[in-house]
Design a protein around this ligand. Structure first.
Ligand SMILES: Nc1ncnc2c1ncn2[C@@H]1O[C@H](COP(=O)(O)OP(=O)(O)O)[C@@H](O)[C@H]1O
Ligand SMILES: [Mg+2]
Length: 279
């Protein structure tokens, strides 16, 4: 495993106000390195030369106006865009020294390592229990009933849901409240022991209390997982993220540690967005 060190990566800031696309000060273990990533939907150039180092066991928030490419970028990291026929991708996404887009990459195995939680909680139309064991069974991670029971309990405990559902594991996942369903989806994502969890506006469909619960959970989960989350909520980014990337029209304008991003952003565009002068 590579350690990203000072000077290891190019700091693309020639003059103040120019894009800042890597963290030269970060001294965390590298999880994913993105180099000159470009994506087109047909003729539309949706991601433009993105450089970003994503760090293990940290929360990285992606912020920026609607339509700037945050979800598209997130979906590149586990090749979910491959499912869209018009998509063309160029550039490098490296995980553990391997290009995620190399032809030999096993996409199913990749998506086990890089899990995803969506904006709208989307439990399978199955019981709470089966929502958790479905993927581990498919990946042959568990077969014995006792191991499955243990895995279900562990995943639900880690997702902070166990106490609320332990007496109704065989009820449908969809019978839970929205906030509980989202934690069930998080439990389902961690049940296959991923390295990275992608979250696309995971709380934007939730009430403030469920949102706070998920934010607390992200803070705990980052001890074990690399979390990359999209949020429209600036306060949320400031609260949960160690690093924040500001996207604008398919480019990363500024990528910085969250404290710097929200106190002394290096670019005018990021500053305007953060201070609400830009929609
Ligand atoms: N499946 C698709 N086909 C064509 N264009 C798309 C598709 N998905 C997204 N786009 C376009 O790509 C741009 C980035 O979209 P998206 O990644 O969803 O932005 P964000 O998540 O930041 O709101 C937008 O202009 C959007 O219209
Ligand atoms: Mg989006």
């Amino acid at each position: 495993m590579k350690v990203a060190q000072r000077g290891d990566s190019v700091m693309k800031q020639d003059q103040p106000g120019q894009p800042v696309t890597r963290n030269e000060d970060a001294n965390h273990e590298l999880s994913i390195r993105v180099n000159d990533l470009n994506l087109w939907y047909g003729d539309f150039h949706a991601l433009k030369s993105i450089d970003m180092d994503l760090y293990q066991k940290n929360v990285t928030a992606l912020i920026g106006p609607s339509g700037c490419g945050k979800s598209t970028f997130l979906r590149c990291l586990n090749r979910m865009n491959d499912l869209i026929p018009s998509v063309r991708v160029k550039g490098l996404i490296e995980m553990d020294g391997r290009d995620v887009y190399e032809p030999k990459m096993d996409e199913v195995a990749l998506r086990r390592r890089v899990g995803m939680v969506f904006q709208k909680p989307n439990p399978f139309p199955k019981s709470i229990y089966d929502n958790i064991v479905y993927a581990p069974k498919m990946h042959d991670l568990v077969s014995r009933k006792a191991d499955q029971d243990e895995l279900v309990e562990r995943a639900l405990r880690d997702a902070g849901l166990w106490e609320e559902v332990k007496d109704k594991l065989h009820q449908p996942g969809t019978s839970l409240s929205g906030g509980q369903q989202q934690r069930l989806c998080i439990a389902r994502a961690i049940a296959v022991q991923p390295d990275v969890i992608l979250m696309d506006e995971p709380t934007s469909a939730l009430d403030p209390i469920s949102t706070a619960t998920i934010e607390d959970l992200m803070d705990k989960l980052k001890q074990q997982y690399t979390i990359i989350t999209v949020t429209h909520n600036m306060q949320q980014a400031a609260r949960v993220a160690d690093y924040t990337a500001f996207f604008h029209l398919g480019e990363v304008i500024e990528y910085n540690d969250t404290k710097t991003m929200f106190s002394t952003p290096h670019t005018k565009k990021a500053e305007d967005y953060i201070t609400g002068r830009y929609g």
